[in-house]
Design a protein around this ligand. Structure first.
Ligand SMILES: C[S@@+](CC[C@H](N)C(=O)[O-])C[C@H]1O[C@@H](n2cnc3c(N)ncnc32)[C@H](O)[C@@H]1O
Length: 277
């Protein structure tokens, strides 16, 4: 069997070391707050009060908290024990522990601990599907197996063109050959780029949609994580202090991010696939 590009050990140790920095990731700057609002909008659109949700790669719990506010019961899982411990700590500190059924360490590629059709939805935001590289077919089939018919899977993955857009200067630091390899395969690996230090598969929007359809999921929602403001971080501090302008910007972002022209503009892509009833 060909060697997989996926290293569970690398991902686990990366997020064990990253630790508490992850809780602030989506509130650190106004630009990140927009990403949080755009992801939250997808959850608000599809989650129903009383839903039983499997959250995979939950990290320290930004979206666990939002799912709890929406009235869901969440089974919180992650490959990193440090992130799981932080999630439990934050759930206690911020008062959403009562909505968490359990915390369990697991890999998105193996959800065998859970029975088939035992969740209304699976939420995997922040890239678990990107980290598993060529094991993504196995991962999505596992997500689909545990989802009830008619339920949905909400994914957040790393975006190829959105990452280039956001980090253009760094990207141009790679050689043309390295960039050509990454763009051709979507794979950010040390084989494709000698000095890469963060390894994942970067999707483009058409690829993500096709991937979900190939697994018989009906794609009901696709969005960038940000579009209008993606490379305007410097003006956002001022906008953030004006409540009216801020609300207007967030509303426009939610709308713009779902348009074809902006799908590949943000660092992440969000998609929701429904399992047939
Ligand atoms: C960028 S963080 C996102 C955390 C949270 N979902 C969010 O969006 O704020 C990615 C999380 O996914 C977890 N993760 C990565 N690969 C995973 C895998 N194969 N199975 C389960 N969790 C994984 C990491 O440990 C980390 O906590």
């Amino acid at each position: 069997m060909e060697k997989s590009l996926y290293s569970a050990e690398w991902v686990e140790s990366y997020y064990d070391e990253f630790a508490g920095q992850e809780w602030d990731r989506l509130v650190r700057t106004p630009a990140r707050e927009i990403q949080l609002a755009v992801h939250a909008n997808a959850l608000t659109t599809f989650t129903r009060e009383g839903d039983r949700v499997l959250e995979v790669g939950a990290g320290p719990g930004r979206f666990t908290q939002i799912l709890a506010q929406l009235g869901a019961t969440i089974v919180v899982t992650d490959i990193s024990q440090v992130q799981l411990d932080l999630n439990r700590e934050n759930a206690t500190t911020y008062g959403f522990a009562g909505h968490v059924a359990e915390w369990r360490k697991l890999d998105i590629c193996d959800l065998s601990f859970y029975a088939s059709e035992s969740f209304d939805s699976v939420v995997a935001f922040g890239g678990p599907l990107s980290y598993v590289f060529d094991r993504r077919d196995q991962a999505i089939e596992e997500c689909k197996r545990v989802t009830k018919p008619g339920g949905f899977i909400a994914l957040g993955v790393m975006s190829l063109w959105g990452t280039v857009h956001q980090y253009l200067e760094g990207v141009l630091g790679y050689t043309p050959e390295e960039n050509a390899r990454i763009i051709a395969t979507g794979d950010l690996t040390s084989e494709n780029a000698k000095f890469a230090s963060h390894f994942c598969h970067l999707f483009h929007s058409g690829e993500l949609k096709q991937f979900l359809e190939n697994h018989d999921l009906e794609v009901t929602f696709v969005s960038a994580s940000s579009g209008l403001s993606a490379v305007h971080a410097s003006v956002l501090d001022a906008v953030r202090t004006d409540e009216l302008k801020w609300k207007q910007l967030v509303a426009m972002e939610i709308q713009a991010c779902q348009t074809t022209g902006y799908l590949d503009a943000g660092t992440h892509l969000i998609a929701v696939g429904h399992k047939p009833s």
